[in-house]
Design a protein around this ligand. Structure first.
Ligand code: AMP
Ligand code: MG
Length: 319
């Protein structure tokens, strides 16, 4: 071998001997540090603050954030081009064909309306608009206005067509609002994605609605109603479960010394009476937990016993 080629060969050999283990060590360190500890991302979506924590590299988290943004764009009645906005614009005029996922969620919401004896009602938007909870221009409507709006909230006036995957609101002025179930649904969908992607543990927090998964137990603190953000009296130990809370303290306004909150009793059109300051449902089905937390907040004990009979594995925590 030529002298200079041989020198280069020796040099390369030394470089390899020195650098390869070094590179390997670096790789292992980054692998260990990123795999063992969760990476988190916080952002605003679904009208609230969200946080995803998973044992994956930062760059992989963006996929799930984008998924939540897309779901928000599809499901929020406030977004002009959402599927729900189209259904609402067509109320009283025409049926709207929607994506399979949206169709299935609406169908589930309708079934949960029947199951909760009407306490969970995804058609309350006309009433919600009267109170200004849709746009933040709060007001106290007259009894006559509420009476008129309530006429547009009958679940029988929502027509589903399984074959066409179409939704039709029979009367003009009717409106779908999935705000009482969407966060739970998005958690369930994300969990399915995590499993598909081979992610074995993690936590999700969509505006205080928590979902934890993996082999280990997690301790989840439940917000103290009317306390400081993050203040708590109750801590639940959960595993592969959703912990979803509804409370009057989440959104409300005050007028003439009275407080009006955002959870509407469909039988009166008024903010529901306060039986408990908050209702938390723990189960392995986030969509169910979300709808039930809203419904049981309104109906209290009579619905708790019925739902416990229907779903033996739910846990209800009231404060
Ligand atoms: P949550 O925070 O899950 O209890 O849901 C409350 C949100 O659901 C409200 O902001 C409304 O958009 C909607 N909502 C209010 N009252 C009801 C109800 N009785 N049934 C279903 N959704 C409701
Ligand atoms: Mg809910």
């Amino acid at each position: 071998m030529h002298q200079s080629t041989m020198n280069r060969h020796i040099q390369n050999k030394w470089q390899k001997m020195f650098f390869l283990p070094f590179i390997f060590l670096l790789f292992m360190l980054s692998f260990i540090s990123c795999k063992k500890t969760n990476n988190s991302v916080s952002f605003i979506a679904l009208g609230t603050s969200c946080k995803i924590s998973l044992p994956v590299y930062d760059s992989k988290l963006q996929k799930y954030v984008n998924f939540i943004y897309d779901e928000d764009d599809r499901l929020s009645y406030r977004k002009e081009n959402s599927e729900i906005a189209f259904i609402n614009k067509n109320a009283g005029k025409a049926e709207t064909v929607v994506s399979e996922n949206t169709y299935n969620l609406i169908k589930r919401a309708v079934n949960l309306c029947y199951e909760t004896d009407g306490a969970f009602n995804p058609l309350l938007l006309p009433v919600i608009r009267e109170w200004g909870f849709d746009n933040g221009e709060y007001r106290v409507p007259t009894d006559g206005e509420i009476e008129e709006a309530l006429k547009l909230t009958h679940i029988e006036d929502l027509v589903l067509n399984d074959e066409k995957k179409s939704v039709f609101l029979k009367k003009e002025g009717m409106g779908l609002d999935l705000g009482g179930i969407a966060k739970g649904y998005v958690s369930d969908e994300l969990y399915r994605m995590f499993i598909e992607d081979g992610i074995k543990s993690g936590t999700l927090n969509l505006g205080g609605n928590v979902f934890v998964f993996g082999d280990k137990d997690y301790k989840v603190a439940i917000q103290k109603p009317y306390g400081q953000r993050g203040e708590y009296d109750i801590v639940e130990t959960v595993k592969n479960q959703a912990v979803i809370t509804s409370g009057a303290y989440e959104r409300y306004f005050e007028k003439d010394g009275k407080t009006y909150h955002h959870i509407i009793d469909p039988s009166t059109g008024f903010p529901s009476k306060i039986i408990y300051n908050s209702v938390t449902i723990i189960s392995n089905d986030s969509t169910l937990s979300d709808a039930l937390s809203t419904a049981i907040f309104i109906k209290g004990d009579e619905l708790i016993s019925k739902e416990k009979l229907l779903h033996s594995d739910i846990k209800v925590v009231t404060q």
